[in-house]
Design a binder for this molecule. Structure first.
Ligand code: NDP
Length: 354
């Protein structure tokens, strides 16, 4: 029997779509990704999405600061936890953090009747009805409607030396890795000029002795308030017109420094550093679509109708960061997840499937 709706993804868009689809009695099936896949671990595409890589989420409505442990313990099964984040220490200023928020969303979706599979979707066939969906272990599923909510992953520079030291000093997630002992009181290099780069650089000053922020132009793209934060932090040194030439290190220690290049003068210099953090934007996770859904030139899925989550393929809906290169917020992703489920429900009804 074909599924009514298959939802691919694991962030706020996917779980919100699942909550709505389940409450509409569509018995949605969510493919949340394979937690044991090394590529997912490297790319940050593990179950629960990018929010699993963040700490406090202070801008998702309904979670003001307060000690939420008691509620979390009653709302979640212990099996819901990727790790127990705020279990035993009283945290009166704690509202909610990323993994907690996503675990709650997933639990709510499951409580409403969502089925969840920890598999990566590697291929879809959108040329036939119902659609074909194939997972990494060869499972083939048919679906009358699809919600694509696979989010986006952090970009890397693509240097061989960067690849060599991934997880040994090279990271694209300061919040995940910044507190590691290897960075304590050591100089750190970050790359990028957007809000993420400034946020990551500021965060890393909690641990490192100094943070060099490499910016390839003569200006930051980050918002004014974030720029002021970077400029006002005595531990951050901004190096303009500067790019990474090579990541330096050795087998034993991992990263020991970064050779940088001024892209105007061509001058090179070596900065001692225990780590290199990239914050140079994101790439939407659309590879498995095999070119069957129209994308923007930037790689994000194109919504074809204003105010709808329709894609270029009727019956395929897109939600969250995979189709949003502009807002990229948890709450806006949740909003479009809701819209995608409602669009899918109406599509199924219109075609007499449910
Ligand atoms: P952005 O796309 O805004 O910025 C990417 C930055 O990386 C740019 O400065 C870009 O340089 C630089 N860059 C890209 N490729 C390279 C490269 N190969 N070498 C060196 N530098 C490179 O991405 P962000 O992740 O920073 O932000 C994404 C969205 O999320 C934005 O809308 C942002 O406002 C939002 N955001 C908001 C936050 C907040 O408000 N607290 C926190 C984090 C993100 P160039 O400028 O030259 O193109």
């Amino acid at each position: 029997m074909p599924e009514n709706v298959v939802i691919i993804g694991s962030g706020p868009a996917a779980w919100t779509a699942a909550i709505y689809a389940a409450r509409a009695n569509l018995r949605p099936l969510v493919f949340q990704g394979d937690p044991t896949n090394r590529k997912n671990q490297e790319n940050g595409t593990l179950p629960l999405g990018q929010l699993a890589l963040t700490t406090e989420v202070e801008n998702f409505p309904s979670w003001p600061a307060g000690d939420t442990r008691a509620y979390l313990k009653t709302a979640l099964d212990e099996s819901d936890w990727p790790y127990w984040v705020s279990a035993d220490k009283p945290q009166p200023t704690h509202g909610i953090n990323g993994p907690e928020l996503m675990a709650l969303c997933r639990r709510q979706a499951v409580n409403a009747g969502t089925r969840v599979e920890s598999k990566d979707v590697v291929e879809v066939d959108l040329s036939r009805r119902p659609f074909g969906v194939t997972t990494h272990d060869g499972q083939a599923v048919e679906a009358h409607a699809l919600v694509v909510a696979t989010g986006a992953r952090a970009n890397y520079l693509g240097l061989p030396s960067e690849d060599r030291y991934k997880n040994r000093g090279v990271s694209a997630c300061a919040v995940c890795d910044g507190a590691l002992p290897r960075f304590r009181n050591q100089p750190i290099v970050t790359v990028g000029g957007g809000d993420s780069a400034v946020e990551e650089a500021s965060y890393l000053t909690k641990f490192g002795s100094k943070v060099h922020l490499l910016v390839r132009r003569d200006a930051l793209r980050a918002s004014k308030v974030m720029q002021d934060r970077a400029r006002g932090n005595p531990k951050i040194e901004i190096l303009w017109h500067t790019e990474v030439d090579e990541v330096l290190g050795d087998e034993k220690k991992g990263v020991t420094g970064v050779r940088v290049k001024n892209n105007k003068s061509g001058e090179k210099a070596e900065l001692p550093a225990a780590g290199l953090f990239l914050a140079i934007g994101h790439t939407p996770n659309t590879g498995f679509l095999g070119g069957q859904v129209e994308l923007h030139p930037t790689g994000y899925i194109r919504w074809t109708t204003l105010g709808r989550t329709y894609t270029s393929v009727e019956g395929v809906f897109a939600a969250g960061d995979v189709a949003d290169d502009y807002y990229k917020q948890a709450v806006s992703a949740a909003g479009t997840g809701c819209m995608a489920a409602l669009d899918a429900e109406r599509y199924l009804g219109h075609h007499g499937i449910v």
